[in-house]
Design a protein around this ligand. Structure first.
Ligand code: UTP
Length: 277
């Protein structure tokens, strides 16, 4: 069983400046809930209960969010607003939250390597990038679907989606052969390729299942695109040695690391709650 989920959340979030000058990007809310809470809820829905968060300077609000605020709790107790804390209280009760800091922002691969101290070296674990907000209104969440697939193949898995060819330069991109409906055996992957040089239009989004041997591979991975240690490069080494799968998930993903995706998600969630009323 996979019970641990890593949340790399150390990035600067420069696309949201000045909002992210003193506030973590992961704490930006879609309606009333911060992005990282959606991610933790997705992990809980997948039966995970250890949330390992990679933070950095200026990210303490994340730790405070997943903790009790005595003064506020006391103030709101018994009032008509108390129910607004129900969901977050439930998460705090069900999960263990652990934290470590990435001191220098040397890339997603490096952030994941920092997570070794939190998730250990003996079990596979999930990775959620909270700025990719994923939902599946028609069934299991994306992390849940990936864990089900892991049970069958026991190897690293990346979530993928088709994107327009002129957008591939924003993503890690895979190519591979289909081994079952929506599942690809990866034979190549490139981080942020030029649009005309991408091996396909199958883009990696912010959900991974990783086996712990990835840590040794990351250690040996040289900085790549933008001088950062890329998880895509480490996974390509894994794919060459053994097996990495690309999984075309069921559901929807919002790129909340961009202003456009953030607005799209806000409108979507507003319409969804509005319709229920
Ligand atoms: P992004 O490149 O999308 O996030 O990294 P960013 O750097 O925070 O945002 P911009 O581009 O400046 O606006 C993808 C994910 O990887 C994490 C980020 O926090 C984000 O969740 N990350 C990235 C780290 O934790 N450490 C890093 O060194 C780089």
């Amino acid at each position: 069983m996979i019970t641990k989920c890593l949340f790399p959340a150390a990035g600067y979030g420069t696309r949201f400046l000045p909002a992210t000058k003193a506030m973590p990007k992961e704490m930006l809310p879609i309606l009333t809930k911060p992005l990282i809470q959606y991610g933790v809820e997705e992990a809980v829905e997948a039966d995970m209960n250890v949330m390992a968060i990679i933070t950095g300077r200026g990210k303490r609000a994340i730790e405070d969010h997943f903790d009790i605020s005595y003064e506020l709790e006391n103030q709101i107790k018994g009032s008509s607003k108390e129910y607004l804390l129900d969901e977050i209280r439930d998460l705090i009760n069900r999960c263990t939250f652990t934290y470590t800091r990435q001191i220098e922002m040397k890339g997603l691969g490096d952030a994941i390597l920092k997570g070794k101290a939190l998730v250990g070296e003996s079990d596979p674990f999930g990775v959620i990038l909270a700025d990719d907000l994923c939902i599946n209104p028609d069934g299991n969440g994306i992390m849940h679907q990936m864990i089900d697939l892991y049970e069958k193949y026991k190897c690293c898995i990346v979530a993928i989606m088709e994107v327009p060819q002129d957008q591939v330069h924003k993503y890690g991109v895979i190519s591979g052969r289909t081994i079952e409906d929506g599942v690809y055996l990866v034979d190549d992957m490139v981080e942020k390729p030029d649009n005309d040089k991408a091996p396909s239009n199958l883009a990696i989004i912010g959900r991974y299942i990783l086996t712990p041997d990835i840590f040794e591979v990351i250690k040996k991975t040289k900085p790549g695109k933008n001088g950062e240690v890329q998880i895509t490069d480490a996974l390509l080494s894994q794919a060459k040695k053994g097996m990495v799968l690309g999984y075309k998930f069921k559901g929807r993903r919002f790129d909340c690391g961009s202003v456009e995706g953030f607005v799209e998600a806000t409108n979507y969630f507003y319409d969804m709650t509005h319709k229920k009323e």
